[in-house]
Design a protein around this ligand. Structure first.
Ligand code: B12
Ligand code: SF4
Length: 480
């Protein structure tokens, strides 16, 4: 049996005001915080294999450096595990440095989407001892077994390690074939308070009922190991909803890339929730071409109250460039249908996709305002690693800007907007936020949706963060 401490990294706050600043930033940029489902997943498998596991989510536990070390010293683990995305690498390194300085003998294993994309670059950081690519519910357990002396860790699929000064990779990013055999994520291990901007009831949690996505939008990152689409059965999904309810949660944010792509499964899940009388509020993500009226009515009856749509652009020409395989007419019709049935709608939009002009960005802003969407999440385009745009960019000889970011030579994410200048995209971004949210219709809508104190607090936080983002340049630099 090993003692494992899993950590979701964040900046260590020095003083109280920094905590609030970080919360507002996360609220405005990502919509807030949600539990680290990947860590809960590997924790659950490791516990099933007989290990003792603890999770610290530094994003919400707001520990100072000193408090963090004190917390670890209460029960020093045998192994540390860190969750890594390309975007949290600075925070992860900062946390790992503290861990290595105080506990130099304890191995730090890293995993998460970043590792599969940049395995070599990950282990160039001497703070990390081992990295595991792909979906790690099984391989993490195999690795723990090997590290406790029962095998050779170099044989674990997807392991990245150093040998004689060289970085070596064994096999490929792991893909779990059957999601039904996985234990439910260990949600009970999390202590922090999570805030997500639209949450209606608290406490809330998250869920993932499928992995992968069959579409190929040019801006979307295809994470090695999680490309192939797999679904958990409706029976398993209903059982997980039941467990979540038993644990005391009132709301679930379903984070599947495309919950609705398998129509019959959606209807079976809704029927299961209704038959078991599970009183829970939930939300899903969907493509506008993967829904229909009957399905939406089922979803609404079963407690699903909010849909996130990837609308992306207000022009057909840019949707085509994005390989979105939808058009503005379908997008508008789907939003109108969801609105008619009574869903809250959140739409994602991209500004500054290569090929855009100031006119197409303005068309996107106008489209958002004309649509019945309740919230619009505008994002300045980023060439995500493992996306088609990123691959094309490198193929045409543009340097991979993420490498400088990963080597901490810059804290700016790579910028790539085709013929548009960054200043034009930033201008459109601020204009989008101001003209969408500071309209009488949008403000009235927000008040209409308040309904309870949880909502009131979250909307208040969103309004403050929107004000910061749309009027102060400093914060835009922090996220770009
Ligand atoms: C929920 C979510 C969020 C939430 C919170 C995420 C969280 N950790 O709590 C919010 C909304 C805040 C968010 C924000 C962002 N996100 Co996000 N998000 C997701 C999403 C949809 C689901 C994550 C999840 O729960 N997955 C399910 C679990 C089971 O998978 P997993 O986390 O990958 O974990 C498995 C393995 O990676 C591994 N593993 C994970 N951790 C560890 C640790 C160890 C030690 C080991 C051994 C293994 C291991 O084992 C796990 C089980 O199989 C993913 C897409 C996806 N399909 O995963 C994107 C994703 C993670 N996000 C992404 C992005 C781009 C962002 C943003 C930059 C968006 C933006 N423009 O602002 C921000 C950045 C946040 C940050 N600082 O990292 C990218 C990351 C790509 C990359 N290169 O790292 C992803 C992969 C989406 C994509 N395809 O582009 N996100
Ligand atoms: S943007 Fe959505 S539909 Fe497109 S590839 Fe990514 S997850 Fe799939």
């Amino acid at each position: 049996m090993m003692k494992i401490l899993l950590i979701s990294p964040a900046v260590f706050p020095k003083k109280n005001s920094e905590k609030y600043h970080q919360l507002l930033l996360r609220m405005s940029i990502h919509g807030g915080d949600s539990p680290p489902l990947g860590l809960e997943g590997i924790a659950s498998s490791a516990m099933e294999a007989g290990h003792q596991v603890k999770i610290i989510d530094l994003r919400v536990e707001n520990l100072t450096r000193l408090d963090f070390v004190r917390e670890i010293k209460k029960n020093v683990p045998d192994i540390f595990g860190l969750y890594l995305t390309t975007f949290n690498i600075r925070e992860a390194l900062q946390v790992a440095k503290v861990m290595k300085a105080v506990f130099p003998k304890i191995k730090i294993i890293v995993g998460g989407p970043h590792v599969g994309i940049y395995p070599q670059e990950t282990l160039k950081n001497s703070e990390f001892d081992l990295a595991l690519m792909g979906e790690a519910e099984n391989t993490f357990c195999e690795l723990l077994e090997a590290l406790s002396g029962a095998g050779d860790f170099r044989k674990v699929n997807g392991i990245v390690y150093r040998e004689n000064g060289e970085i070596k990779i064994n096999g490929n990013s792991e893909t779990i074939k059957d999601l039904d055999v996985l234990p439910f994520p260990a949600r009970r291990l999390l202590k922090g308070k999570y805030r997500y901007f639209g949450t209606f009831r608290e406490p809330f949690t998250t869920m993932m009922t499928s992995r992968g996505c069959p579409f190929n939008c040019a801006f979307c990152a295809k994470i090695p190991g999680s490309v192939r689409t797999r679904f958990a059965s409706a029976k398993r999904v209903v059982a997980e909803f039941l467990e979540i309810k038993k644990l005391g949660y009132c709301e679930v944010n379903v984070f599947d890339d495309l919950f609705t792509v398998n129509r019959q499964r959606v209807i079976d899940v809704c029927q299961g929730i209704l038959e078991n009388k599970i009183d829970i509020s939930w939300s899903i993500r969907a493509r506008t071409d993967c829904i229909d009226e009957e399905m939406l009515v089922y979803l609404k009856k079963a407690g699903c109250y909010r849909i996130y749509f990837g609308i992306e652009s207000g022009t057909d020409e840019i949707l085509k460039l994005m390989n979105k395989r939808t058009d503005t007419r379908k997008n508008m019709q789907a939003m109108e249908l969801a609105h008619k049935i009574g869903f809250e709608i959140v739409s994602y939009f991209i500004l500054g996709f290569p090929g855009e002009t100031v006119e197409t960005m303005n068309a996107t802003i106008e489209f958002a305002k004309k649509s019945p969407t309740d919230f619009a999440s505008f994002n300045m385009f980023e060439p995500l690693p493992a996306s088609k745009v990123h691959a094309d960019m490198i193929a045409t000889g543009v340097k991979d800007g993420w490498l400088d970011f990963l080597e901490l030579k810059t804290n700016r994410m790579p910028i790539y907007h085709g013929d548009l200048a960054r200043s034009e995209v930033e201008k459109a971004y601020k204009k989008a936020l101001r003209s969408f949210y500071f309209r009488p219709k949008a403000i009235f809508n927000l008040f209409r949706m308040v309904r309870n104190p949880v909502r009131f607090r979250n909307f208040f936080l969103v309004l403050i963060s929107m004000l910061i983002l749309s009027f102060f340049k400093k914060d835009i630099e922090l996220i770009s």
